[in-house]
Structures are given as C-alpha cells and as structure tokens.
Write a new protein. Structure first.
Length: 362
C-alpha cells in the first residue's frame, strides 16, 4: 500500500463529516397556499319608510250656547299634545272653529268667550217677525279673525250650511268668513236666511249636525267629532228657541248618527241641560268639554297609534313592491329555451324531429 493512502482516506472522512455538520436539518416543505372563500355578502338593512303622522281633524257640532264646550275640548287636546290641523264646524261649532282656525290658541278662545256679550251678536228685526238678522254675528266673527277670508285661515276651515231651496249640504271653504259662519248658524225660525249669490242658506245642523264628512274633505286622516246637539229625551223644551232647537235636532238625528259613525272618536260633553240661549253657563260648558276630552285621551292615543301602524305597514308593502319592480327591470327574465333535439334518433332522448320541430313521440 502506498504510504500516503491512509492519510488521504482520513482527510476525506474529515471533510465529509464537516459537510454533514454544516448542512443542518432538512428544510421543512413549503406550506401550501390555503384558498379562502370570499366572505358572504352581508344584507344591508332597509330603513323603514318615513310616514308622516296622521292629520287630526275636528268636527264641531251645533248647539247654540252649548258650543262653549268646544273651547274646553280644544284646550284639553292641545294640553296633551294633540293639535288638530283642520277644522269643520256647524252652527255654534262654526263660530268656535273659525276663531280657532284663524290662529287663536285655546286660552285666547276662552278669553273671547268670557268677554262675549250676547247683545253684540244678536240683532232682532221687528218687521221680519222678530227674527235675528245675523249681521252682528257676521261682523263679530270677521273682526275676531282679522277679516281673513276662509281660504287664508291658519288652518284649513269649513263652515257647513243648508241650501234652503234644495236642502243640500253646502260646505263653505272660500269667501267671507263671517258670512259663511252666519249662514251656518241661521237657525230656521230664529235667524233670517242668509242670501249668498243666488241662493238662501240656513243652519247646517238641518243636514249635518256634526260635520265629520267636511273634516274628511279638508284632508283629515283622524277625525275627532264633538256632539253637543240636543236629543229628544221626553222633556218639554223651554221657550221658542228651545222648541226650534229640539225640532232641528230631531230632524237631523238620523243623519247625525250616520255621519258620526264615520268619525274615529266621538266626544259628547254633558251639556244637554244647558239651554240654547243660556250664556250664563258658558264656564260650565267649557269645563264639561275639558272633561269629555280628558276621558277620551286613551281612545285617541290608541286610535292614532293603530292608524299610524296601518300606514307604516302599507308603506312597507309599497316599498317592497317598488324594490321588486326595480330588480325585475335590472335583471329581466330571458325567454324560455326550447328543448333541443340532440340525438333525435337515440332511445335516450324522448324528443323526435317531425317536420323540423321537436315533438314527443305518440
């Protein structure tokens, strides 16, 4: 053996060991890329449609001096956050309604009621059989509303009268406010009929004792009716005005019941024992109006909440239909594809060609 061979073998062994020591442990395999699915689309909540609150309307009935009760009703409604937006009145209700629609608040109404002198609204003409002309009432109302015509009231307002020639209900919403109120308050047999244009008009209580329908025509969604009309209760009325007042109440009682059924809430202040010309009990009438409105507050709240819920449900349904219509317009459905006649001769295809069309074999 050559003398250098053992030294070469030892050198090679040393180099191999050094190479193994410097290499280190084997590198781990590269981690495989993990594919992640895109995040699921999160549905965006659709906000509820904006639904305005219902418009409250007042229908103020006739009843001569009992009409002071309307002031108490208005006081209590506004004190509890219910502000009527439209007003319709018949007879005494048209007097209070006109003043309220002109912009007076309930306390101003009460001040006017306390200061009212019966002589300032009654002008008897002897040559007409002792009937009240009504011109003083007309002037009084025009002075109180600042001579505003009906169409320029702060709140939409209607005075209801009866056309004497035909018996038709007439709803005044334009023109001379005092004259319309005078026509609405002209009790037959007590006041002279009022001539407006080519027709004569008398008390609206003959055909519409509580003007619910007129309040609806003005745009009211929720009508609060105030019924102060006299009822035939078996008692004999006192005086000529009492007889006339009760006669009108009897004539309009059935019509009044039908119209009151179309109101959302009906208030009946306990003023039936107050005479039609008893202005000395005006404070009692106002108090009874407050009591009647206070007792009806839960019913009013519940009725308004129910109506608002119905309107919201209808708005949601309309919103859903519009969204569906937009989606249909954006992604219209294509035509239905016709079945193909591939391999028409194959037993796996039930369709066969016949005259160039795909048909099922008989």
């Amino acid at each position: 053996m050559h003398p250098r061979l053992p030294r070469l073998a030892a050198l090679l062994a040393t180099l191999l060991l050094a190479a193994c020591a410097s290499a280190g442990p084997p590198a781990p395999p590269a981690a495989a890329a993990v594919e992640r699915a895109p995040p699921a689309a999160v549905p965006v909540p659709v906000p509820d449609p904006v639904v305005p609150p219902p418009r409250i309307g007042l229908a103020l009935g006739g009843g001569a001096a009992k009409g002071f009760a309307h002031i108490g009703v208005i006081k209590m409604l506004e004190a509890n956050g219910f502000k009527p937006e439209v007003v319709a009145g018949t007879s005494a209700g048209s007097v209070v309604g006109a003043l309220y629609a002109s912009g007076m608040d309930p306390f101003q109404l009460q001040e006017r009621a306390v200061a009212l002198d019966e002589a300032s609204i009654r002008d008897v003409r002897l040559f007409s059989g002792g009937l009240v002309q009504g011109l003083k009432l007309q002037d009084y109302v025009n002075a109180q509303v600042g001579k505003r015509p009906l169409e320029r009231m702060r709140k939409p307002f209607a005075a209801v009268a009866t056309r004497l020639e035909t018996g038709e209900r007439t709803v005044f919403t334009r023109g001379n406010t005092g004259q319309a109120v005078r026509a609405s308050s002209s009790v037959p047999g007590v006041f002279e009929p009022v001539t407006i244009g080519n027709y004569q008009y008398v008390d609206g209580g003959v055909v519409s004792p509580v003007p619910v329908d007129a309040a609806r025509q003005l745009g009211a969604d929720f009508v609060i009716a105030v019924d102060i009309s006299s009822k035939a209760d078996g008692k004999r009325p006192d005086g000529m005005l009492g007889i006339v007042n009760q006669s009108i109440a009897i004539m309009g009682q059935r019509l009044g019941e039908q119209e009151l059924a179309r109101a959302d809430v009906v208030l009946r202040p306990k003023v039936l024992d107050i005479g039609p010309a008893d202005f000395t009990r005006r404070n009692q009438a106002i108090l009874e109006g407050e009591k009647a409105a206070l007792a009806a507050l839960p019913q009013i709240r519940a009725g308004l909440a129910q109506l608002q819920a119905q309107r919201l449900a209808q708005a949601r349904e309309h919103q859903a239909r519009e969204a569906q219509a937009r989606a249909t317009a954006q992604y219209p459905a294509g035509p239905v594809p016709k079945p193909e006649c591939r391999n028409a001769g194959s037993r796996w295809n039930p369709l066969r060609r016949k005259g160039g069309e795909c048909v099922r074999p008989d």
